[in-house]
Design a protein around this ligand. Sequence first.
Ligand code: G1P
Length: 905
Amino acid sequence: MTWHFVDTNGTFRLENADQTSYLYFPLVNEAGMMSAITPTLHGDSKIDQHHFLTLPVSVEDLHNTRSPRDVWFFVEGHGPWSVAGNSARQIADRWTAHADRVTVEAGLLWHKVVRESGRLPLRAEILNFVPAGDDRVELMRVSLTNSGETPMRLTPTGAVPIFGRSADNLRDHRHVTALLHRVVCDRYGVVVRPTMSFDERGHTPNTTTYAVLGVDENGAPPQGFFPRLSDFIGEGGTLDWPQAVVQNLPPTHTVGDTDEGNEAIGALRFAPVVLAPGETRTWVFILAVWDDETTTPQALIERFGRPQLVAECLERTRAYWSARVDALRLHTPEERFNLWVRWVAVQPTLRRLFGNSFLPYHDYGRGGRGWRDLWQDVLTLLLLEGEEVADDLLAHFAGVRLDGSNATIIGHRPGEFKADRNNIPRVWMDHGAWPLLTVRLYIDQSGDLDFLLREQVYFKDAFTHRARRLDETWQPEQGTLQRDAAGNVVRGSVLEHLLVQHLTAWHHVGEHGMILLEGADWNDGLDMARERGESVAFSAMYAWNLRQLAELVDALAARGHTHFDLLEELLPLLQPLDDESPAAKRARLTAYFDRVSRTVSGRKIAVAAEDLAARLRAMSAALAERIRTQEWIADGDGWFNGYYDDHGRRVEGRWPDHVRMTLTGQVFTLMGGVADEAQVDGALASADRYLWDEAVGGYRLNTNFHEVKLDLGRAFGFAFGHKENGAMFSHMAVMFANALYRRRRAAAAWRVLERLYRHAQAFPVSRMYPGIPEYVDPRGRGMYPWLTGSASWYVMTLIQWAYGVRGVWGDLLFDPQLLPEQFDEQGNAEIETRFSQWRLRVRYHNPQRLPPERYRVQSVMLNGKPLSHEQGRISRAILHMLPTEQVHLFDVVLEDVGNTAKMTS
Ligand code: G1P
């Protein structure tokens, strides 16, 4: 039992798909229609938190509710049959000889169910997708075939319950909000336009319409309707045994009829048909949401209401999604892996569109995107879609506050950040560290160092001192731009924004000299050590970043930028400290916070590049050195302590009966070059010993602490092995792989990526469609599929570190760390990818299949002609001569370092 790829685009097929619970597939478009669909056509459709077309569902609702998208057939002489498998009889037939057979076939980004009745010679094919384009619609095409030998007479009834309101109303005023419904039976379907909406914005007139429309294959509309849910199911009935179908009742409403104040359903009765043996009939349904005046049922029917139109739309949708992932193609001997990666590559776009809400496992949040995710998802988009995202990156910097924290309510348009008026916002101590990582990637890919000098505003609301204090003078009417004393909007370079984030962090330390944990770091579950907690893990990342900032300043200086204008207030944070104690750092930082908590002077002071770089290096070195010496746990092979709890106690180490270790503590110390070589090997050995678990697909996030650790975070209230408490959490595992590649431990790094793939694709255990899950639970199930930051890191790590195709200050570098088994029998390994605006096909030749530590780049051929390179680095000037429309073939021959060493010695 597993899915199989059935073409070279990643289309897959899963038989008996209904025999796995919790499976779902995303359907979405840029216009904002978001759907989830299961093998039994469950799931939901919505455009945001306040506009659900169908009943909002969490993962347990997928089996708990009876309201899928459905089309019922009343079969003469037999009774009802549901294409969703939703009739009580079909459910009772499960696990018997009469069970329907259900196969799912899905591709980029469409979903098809084939259901064959276990009692009747009937075969239904149900295709669903959200068409690429501007319409907020989900299309559903249902074809029914008589696979028997006698004609069958059937009455079709489409049935899609319409929720038509905010998800908040599921529990809050569900009944009362149904009273707002105004229903019209249009020629083509049931149209619900509530009078008002009740939500957090108050009682507002509603302007949104929800509809379920349908036509038969010739464009004929339904014959009548049952728009009222209670009529459709009948007194005492249920959605899995609806009276209207079971007793084949005549429709309650006809075109032009209305209904008010009731739960609604898009129940569309079509004319009965007689299906001859072998004959197929098709119906098209449109599930739609629109704003007043933007469209009409008639217009939607004209656009989509024919099988042929649906087919054309499907082609456009496929092309749209393929184009997004075609920029990456692997040619490893394992085709299943090559195609699986296509699904991973689509995940960052899915998260850009869904955010972290709106799929059944992701039943938290109210839409919107997280700050961290904003920066991470761009990593892959940068690699696969090129550098057009630069403007978005710049826009995101508008969320930075002068105290180094950032806005956490992020709007839909780039650069749109909102003030949090209700709550004291939580401050995540790691937030300041991610932008630099993305900016560095961007600069390396594009060579656009000047990006650092582009200007951006700062965010300002009532919160100051990293949300520890309030600026009572601030009023919402002022807007969210930081101003100076004269009332002018303050602007600063990207470099200045990065400095604000890092200089504040460096000073914001706890009693052990590590940066304070505040509301949490990457691990959202470490949220109960707000006073004394410290994150060594992310202190390491900041230390690394400070060094990178120094490199960026040097690079700018080399291009003639000898001075940078910085906010006057920031300068004290650049002065060396006589007293490097945590208290002295904090005191200086508080003075800075006080100065910038309302307005700033607006004066800029020129700082010499040389001095700036030197100071950043010194700050980085001091923090790194402290981590290296103070935080190393010399037990066995040793590892880094990652945290201090709210009692100021070290979190990791040996307890009388167990060991406490986190993966996070190792990842950034390794990645950022804080760990020395011996520490890399030690931490890796300890991770293998305490965290590696083959059964869950790799390294766990932590060992079992055997304690509900209330002085660290809610994560330790979770059962061990779940989510942020010791699951194999893909994001951290993949970042560990990335760190290992950077430290040139290729075998260990590849093992992480390979094992994660192995596990995720092992359907009997992981029970998930192709892609990466957020984490793997103790039984091995892949949890929270589709939306996870790990996908972005996986793609980036694969392209840039395993295949070693990456930018260095805008030049192109080939620096593979592929293992012998990643080459084919002839010793070739091939990847198609993009570098900046160029499309590349890179073929590595390693005829002896040497391991990475034994080879290096010998020669590079471009489209068959030798190319000059410096240790695999190709100057961007050369690339500039290449046209961007075609694919350029690079043949890269790897030579044996051992032999060369001998030859040259
Ligand atoms: C999720 C969040 C991410 C957070 C992580 C750990 O990870 O999206 O921001 O850092 O949990 O708490 P993801 O699902 O992206 O892998």
